[in-house]
Design a protein around this ligand. Structure first.
Ligand code: ATP
Ligand code: MG
Length: 357
């Protein structure tokens, strides 16, 4: 099946200068099988062939979804490359029909495995990413509206059409509503400390409206070519949302979320828990690249991490209350037992972050 798809995609591309022994499988995520094609006299390219099944389910063909997904990547790559030369594939095309869906894009190199990075390399990579995100976040997203992106037949637009001030206030209201739900549960938490800190943080945050920008919601190490000389980003999941909030998301992922998800089947082989000190160094470099030493901004960044932790904690609680978990949820998050253990971790993290503001 796979080799047929590979053969057909090469045929569709009408590639010249390809010798069949110059095609190698270089990766596989949940959604794509990935091949590198070496060509004589031309740059190497990558074929990402959409799988027919993901998380145990046959993928229904949905043209709008596919265009949205790939146009979003294209928009992100274009803007990213304007901010930092060649940080993302400069060549990117996609082909969709009911039988075969694939992208073809620049090969961005191999990168090192996490565990073989030195602390210095990890910090350098993080710093470069922080510097890049700072520039990327300062750009106008060039997309109407904010929130989840959707292809409207002509271009991408966000699903929220309110003005930025309204979106910002709603964002703050949302955290307050999650906080209220969390403290109404029977979970063992230090309610007083948490409520005071988070309400106070939100009141200050309301007056410091952040900028809407094109942000990436999937910054896992598999989507970063880890190379301290030349860092690259692939497979983004873009949305239009607030800048510092998403800088905070990066830190939250590398300091807490990735190691915490090591117990989930989807991430078990990545051994993030064993590499937590390297991940943490990447986060430290990122903070330095994005913020530098400014104490006020450092505090704002930390506050964003608290809010992400709050959301993650409540997500875990809510999922545990479902009578049954889907196969996808079990793969991505783990069994109820695993989710319950992670909930305890989230609560600990939240309490610790709140007690040191
Ligand atoms: N353009 C590229 N250049 C170099 N390597 C690539 C490229 N695209 C993909 N890869 C390799 O293939 C792996 C899987 O690719 P990718 O992340 O695109 O798959 P996916 O199924 O979309 O991922 P996910 O499960 O995160 O959605 C990457 O981790 C990377 O090692
Ligand atoms: Mg990926």
């Amino acid at each position: 099946m796979k080799s047929d798809d590979l053969h057909n995609s090469i045929k569709k591309l009408k590639l010249k200068n390809v010798k069949i022994d110059h095609i190698s499988k270089i990766g596989e995520g949940a959604w794509h099988d990935v091949y590198k094609i070496q060509r004589d006299f031309e740059d190497d390219i990558v074929l990402r062939i959409k799988k027919k099944k993901a998380y145990g389910q046959i993928l229904e063909y949905d043209e709008l979804d596919l265009i949205t997904e790939y146009e979003s990547s294209k928009a992100y790559y274009q803007q990213a490359n304007q901010c930092s030369f060649d940080i993302c594939p400069s060549f990117f095309k996609y082909f969709i029909d009911e039988e075969l869906v694939f992208t073809v894009e620049s090969f961005m190199g191999e990168g090192k495995p996490l565990q073989s990075l030195t602390n210095f390399e990890a910090y350098t990579i993080g710093k470069k990413l922080g510097e890049f995100f700072l520039v990327m976040h300062s750009k106008n997203p060039g997309i109407k509206g904010s929130g989840n992106l959707l292809w409207n037949g002509k271009h991408l637009e966000g699903n929220l059409q309110q003005n930025a001030y309204r979106v910002w206030q709603n964002d703050n209201d949302f955290y307050v509503s999650i906080l209220n739900k969390l403290i109404a549960t029977d979970l063992k938490i230090d309610r007083n400390t948490m409520v005071d800190k988070i309400l106070n943080l939100i009141e200050n945050r309301r007056n410091k409206q952040q900028n809407l920008s094109l942000v990436n919601q999937d910054v896992t190490p598999e989507n970063i070519i880890l190379n301290s000389d030349k860092v690259s980003l692939i497979d983004p999941f873009p949305t239009v949302d607030f800048d510092l909030k998403y800088a905070g998301y990066f830190i939250f992922c590398y300091k807490f979320l990735l190691p915490a998800y090591s117990t989930a089947p989807r991430y078990r082989n990545n051994a993030y828990d064993q590499n937590c000190s390297i991940l943490s160094k990447i986060a430290d470099g990122f903070t330095n690249g994005y913020i530098g030493e400014n104490e006020i901004w450092l505090k704002c960044l930390k506050n964003e991490c608290i809010l992400w932790t709050l959301l993650e904690t409540y997500d875990h609680y809510e999922i545990l209350n479902k009578s049954e978990l889907s196969y996808k949820t079990i793969q991505q998050m783990g069994s109820k037992n695993i989710i319950n253990k992670r909930l305890t971790l989230c609560l600990k993290e939240l309490e610790s972050l709140c007690s040191t503001i």
